[in-house]
Design a protein around this ligand. Structure first.
Ligand code: ZN
Length: 132
């Protein structure tokens, strides 16, 4: 069902600062920056081989990424797995007793259809399913 690691989501306090490390130090290419109003985040994508790093900066002090950093500090926030059919994947998760954060897919950066699984069901990892 899972095709690959689509991306790794990293919560950062300051996107421009963090980008310097990823581009100038690690030498990755910035593919694009996008604001996702729905999730109150500014997102930057940096491809690495067959996957990507997704840097997330909150656009709102009340947004989920701001809250995450407040509670746990900046760092890896979620792992996203690519699936072919997210509706089917969510049905399967439900059938297998996995607790879902999103009962229905919503739109994420890059027009992807995404849904999060609850860390209580995934051994502490916030898992995102992504179809794009
Ligand atoms: Zn993500």
């Amino acid at each position: 069902m899972v095709k690959k690691v689509d991306h790794i989501g990293v919560a950062v306090a300051n996107l421009d600062e963090a980008l310097k490390f990823y581009t100038e130090v690690l030498g990755l290419n910035l593919e694009g920056v996008e604001v996702v109003e729905d999730q109150k985040v500014k997102v930057a994508f940096l491809p690495v081989g067959d996957t990507e790093i997704e840097l997330l900066e909150s656009t709102d002090p009340e947004g989920p990424i701001a809250k995450y950093i407040e509670k746990k500090g900046a760092g890896i926030q979620h792992i996203a797995f690519r699936v072919d059919d997210i509706e089917k994947a969510l049905d399967e998760m439900r059938r297998k007793g996995v607790r879902l954060i999103d009962e229905k897919p919503r739109y994420g950066a890059g027009g992807a259809k995404i849904a999060f699984l609850h860390p209580k069901s995934t051994y502490g990892v916030l898992v995102e399913l992504s179809e794009r």
